[in-house]
Design a protein around this ligand. Structure first.
Ligand SMILES: [Zn+2]
Length: 127
């Protein structure tokens, strides 16, 4: 079987060790339960929270994504609506950020896990 690339595994939210098991219980589209994570990988059994409070660090990744969303939506408002009044920014930008909440939560944890957990792909666990 072909090995899933690191980028594809990150996009799909797969376990960093086997790249097969889902890190999250429900699909991305489930807006009410998007935050539910498996404690262990359903395929290889890796414990995702490798130490207590491990995912606190993902807040830094989430902050970077949030700044990107803030800047992107600000530029979009500025150029499409030809610099609207300040209240438009104040109302629209938090709404856009709320809309991206599942993305922020999931991908900040996934990216943090891949970058800072020290766990790398191991072919032994993917079968
Ligand atoms: Zn796994």
């Amino acid at each position: 079987m072909l090995k899933k690339s690191r980028g594809q595994a990150i996009l799909e939210g797969r376990c960093p060790r086997c790249r097969k098991g889902n890190m999250f219980v429900y699909p991305f589209s489930n807006f009410l339960k998007f935050y539910k994570m498996h404690t262990h990988c359903p395929v290889c059994g890796l414990r995702f929270e490798i130490e207590p409070g491990f995912f606190f660090g993902s807040m830094y990744i989430s902050y970077i994504f949030s700044v990107g969303i803030l800047l992107g939506s600000s530029f979009l408002l500025y150029f499409t609506l030809n610099d609207p009044k300040m209240w438009v920014y104040i109302v629209v930008i938090p709404l856009v950020t709320l809309l991206f909440l599942p993305f922020l939560f999931r991908y900040s944890r996934i990216v943090y896990m891949y970058l800072f957990s020290g766990i790398s792909y191991n072919n032994k666990y993917s079968n």
